[in-house]
Ligand binder design. Structure first.
Ligand code: ZN
Length: 120
């Protein structure tokens, strides 16, 4: 019986590299439960839209995040719910409370004008 060549796991390592920045984990936590506009990400994370968009682009290129245009804004969601699980498990390994994180990042933001925080 031939032994198979062990996979190098390069693609898995690449995913972890892409996730290896706290701001990217924040973005994934925010969009993990529902699709949001970039303005909501800006309001919740508290960084400029240009910075957030740059990270979103990296996550989109990797196929982890999907985007669609609706009116004036771009909306983002996870391509696969497994990504959120991965982030939550990593947070737990880091000694964080994943339920508390989910609450924190799915909250409504006062002053945010998105359809989720300020429904018409
Ligand atoms: Zn909002």
């Amino acid at each position: 019986m031939q032994t198979s060549i062990p996979p190098t796991l390069e693609s898995a390592a690449e995913i972890l590299r892409l996730l290896g920045q706290p701001i990217r984990l924040q973005i994934l936590l925010v969009i993990g439960s529902e699709e949001v506009c970039v303005c909501h990400l800006e309001a919740l994370i508290g960084l400029r839209q240009a910075v957030i968009s740059q990270h979103l682009m990296g996550l989109r290129k990797a196929g982890l995040v999907l985007a669609r245009r609706k009116g004036r804004f771009m909306y983002y969601r996870l391509a696969n719910a497994d990504v959120l699980e991965l982030v939550l498990r990593a947070a737990e390994l880091g000694g964080l409370d994943s339920a508390a994180l989910l609450n924190q990042y799915s909250r409504v933001v006062p002053g945010c004008h998105c359809s989720r925080c300020a429904p018409k």
